[in-house]
Design a protein. Sequence first.
Lengths: 336, 291
Amino acid sequence: MTPPAFAVARSTLASRIGAVVGAVLLVALATLPLWGNASLMRMLIEFISLLVLAQMWNLLAGYAGLVSIGQQAYVGLGGYALIVLADDVGLNPFVSVFLAGLVAAAFSIPTAALVFRFRGGYFAVGTWAVAEVYRLLIANSPRLGSGSGRTLAAVFPLARETREVLTYWLALVIAVGAILHGYLHLRSRFGLGLTAIRDSEPASESLGINVFRTKLWVYVIASFGGGMTGALIYLNLLRISPDAAFTVNWTAFMIFIAVIGGIGTIEGPIVGTVVFFLLREFLADYGSWYLILLGLIAVVVVIRYPQGLWGLIADRWDVRFFPVQRRVRLGSRPVG
Amino acid sequence: MAVIDPIVQGILLGGLYALFATGLSMIFGVMRLVNLAHGDLSILAAFLALVTVRVTGLNPLLSLALVVPAMFCLGFLLQRGVLNFTLGRGVLPPVLATFGFSIIIQNLLLEAFSADSQRLNPGGIETASIALGDRLAIGWFPLITFVVAVLVLVGLQIFVSRTSLGRAFRATSDDQDAAELMGINNRSLYGLAMAISLGIVAVAGVFLGIRTTFVPSSGPDRLLFAFEAVIIGGLGSLWGTLAGGVILGVAQTIGAKLSPGWGVLTGHLVFLAVLLWRPTGLFAGAMKRSR
């Protein structure tokens, strides 16, 4: 009797090739300030911001089933936290970007105490209402510039080129951190529990997963990511106002990117962000038509292709650059 | 009188909010769908009235005769053509599809009408008022709005509790599968429910447009106020919704009286307080059967 011949594979050919390509791409991106120009860097900062936001929303809705329409709350809170920490407290503005994430995470806990009372669609509207509360509270605070907002003054002493390059590198660190964190987190014991919740909440609860704690943790992480990204966005823009920082359009972007790319995968939001940028560039001369078109595509995708663009690609050719699943391969010797 | 005035105005404003909330609440009751485009659809109705008035020269109140049937049909088509396909597949699809429509409608209106604020002019009635003492006056139009809201609620109550179609609504609301087994066609019933919901919210949108100015992005606020009225009053309770709308309206007018920027914010804060204190709403238990 030979032992059953199988192996549990956790990596794929695509993931090994992808790791090499990713490393090359990362080196290219990291050295971009040497060979690229400022407008390319600005575009990449924006690309990264939207990608991280979509990744966070994907974690919330795609895995934890928390369909939030209020993630703009954390973009706004992060942006304002940056201004307060850098200008009023006097901390280093680049360090403040990370701290702004922590501030957003701190706000997310009392928020969760309120919105976690809702389920499903009502959770969506509830988070939206709380985001409006934050917007209105800030719009009524003269110290925070009321309705007209404030300008980030802490970076004025820096030369423009220095500021742009540092902001760009910071963005790159955040992007790599967000993707690696998502990848490693989902491969961990926690991620296994989270994936189980995605597939069936009652079943995972019956197997001993603490659904509430897992969801709360995901909500706090997503708020941290949202806050940090919000701070990054306003470190790049330098000017913040309540209406722009707390607009529901942030969440619309996150949703359209994640849905079109494919919810519940790490690759999906990356594909979605590319689609988003392509559409916006092509329709740059037509006002908000790109948003209308994105909305229509998202509605069609939700109904006809719920696995999104990446899901279609992954199913067709069986490629996974970020494999989080364990696969049993029969007919080979046990490994490890 | 300085205290009574905002309370009276708030109560009347609450009637308008109840009108917004009724359709939202009914749709959730019948098919467990939260229509995130609810507010934007009401603003769409206001713009439809604006176009009707411009083309035909009708009074905006008379334009309801065209706008309400149009929104009724749109609701039926939207539900049968799109939203039915999102049901029964978990939480995500209905929320994402209706949110998608919210963004689509807002931006289509923006492209068609620009961001300028618009207003419907019914020819004087919106400023006429009844004086009750020297400091207190009640506007005719807010009063009419409140009465219409109550009439709509009474009508809906009679429809749901007395007609066979209303019984089908309640049956589907209680148990979709069992209702289907009893020969109810859920899909067309849902279409009808959305049609009624949009018919009612069309009235609310047009009344809003007469009462105040509106822009293409006015929708989300309407959705939030409607939602808050429903939650304050308690899910599935028609009269609770009216009470919720009134509480929200009073909170907003008192807040605005204290400081101009605090009107809407006070309403939100009262909503959050109710949510903390009684998550099932203030009137859910008392009037459960009146759905």
